[in-house]
Design a binder for this molecule. Structure first.
Ligand code: PMP
Length: 301
């Protein structure tokens, strides 16, 4: 494959030339929003939902994206085509743009829009076969009334702090609680538990990002006949769950087999988790926006 092309400053530039100013407030203050999106066999999975979330994050921080949602759809599709990708990870970043050193966004006249499409690096298969271990950490999730987790902003320090704690403990992911002690989510994924055949996930108002994968899993679980409840739960409920799993764009669905040293489901991925991963993978190639016309499917994988 040739160069990797990045959409930046209204045009496509080579990866080596894709640089932003040190005066960009995205860099100086984390002032901006982003999305992580996945492409499966030329289908941009639930692109409309990702763009809705991007535009809502931007609206919340009074950042005007200089394209319509339809134009952003076209630009993302174009970036995928230009890089001749079939299965990919897309990163869309909209930052406040260049300004002076003060934090006031008024000094930034033009937002920077960046689209990066990369060939996918899959998680190791053993993660799916064996599940992962997680641990609850001391750092709490941002209170939604202080800085809403629904704003997918370039300031991910809350998440990075909990990831550091997970690394210190020696587990693959952190379990974040809110200030009341209720379970919210992982550092970059949503959490589900299964108890007596019912699937539970915390309501997002407790302090979780409304994940696109989370919502897709709720859909496929209900379509498969499972009862799904969005209701608050504590660490105790996780410890005594029949199954625990995480969801996210990168990780899809991954089983958790140990939480704070408590072994879940005998230390093996559960059957409901496996069914939901299988059902999820059935919809990812069709639910979304197709990048390549069916008649002209000449792409490299
Ligand atoms: N929570 C957080 C904090 C995240 O960063 C992500 C990844 N975007 C998720 C949950 C999962 O969301 P999605 O399924 O949309 O990737």
């Amino acid at each position: 494959m040739g160069s990797q092309w990045i959409f930046l400053g209204g045009t496509f530039v080579k990866k080596e030339d894709a640089v932003v100013s040190v005066f960009d407030h995205g860099f100086l203050y984390g002032d901006g929003v982003f999305e992580g999106i996945r492409v499966y066999s030329g289908n941009v999975f639930r692109l409309d939902a990702h763009l809705k979330r991007l535009f809502e994050s931007a609206q919340s921080i009074m950042l005007k994206i200089p394209y319509t949602q339809e134009e952003m759809t076209q630009l993302i599709v174009e970036t995928i085509r230009k890089n001749q990708l079939e299965s990919a990870y897309i990163r869309v970043v909209v930052s406040r743009g260049k300004g002076n050193l003060g934090l006031d966004p008024s000094s930034c006249s033009t937002p920077s829009v960046i689209i990066i499409a990369e060939a996918l690096t899959m998680y190791p298969q053993e993660f799916y076969d064996n599940g992962i271990k997680i641990a609850s950490v001391a750092s709490r999730r941002n209170r939604p009334d202080v800085l809403s987790p629904q704003i997918k902003s370039l300031n991910y320090l809350n998440n990075i702090l909990v990831k550091l704690e997970a690394n210190q403990i020696g587990v693959q992911e952190a379990l974040m609680l809110n200030d009341q002690g209720y379970v919210t989510e992982g550092s970059a994924d949503n959490i589900f538990i299964v108890k007596n055949g019912v699937v539970y996930t915390p309501p997002v108002y407790l302090g979780a990002l409304e994940g696109i994968t989370r919502n897709a899993i709720i859909d496929v679980a209900r379509a498969k006949g499972y009862e799904v409840r969005e209701s608050p739960f504590t660490r105790h409920d996780v410890y005594v769950a029949d199954e625990v799993f995480l969801t996210g764009t990168a990780v899809e669905v991954i089983a958790v087999i140990e939480v704070d040293g408590r072994v879940i489901n005998g230390g093996k991925p559960g059957s409901v988790t496996n069914v939901l991963l299988e059902e999820f993978r059935k919809i990812v190639t069709t639910d979304g926006v197709a990048c390549y016309p069916a008649t002209n499917h000449a792409v490299v994988s």
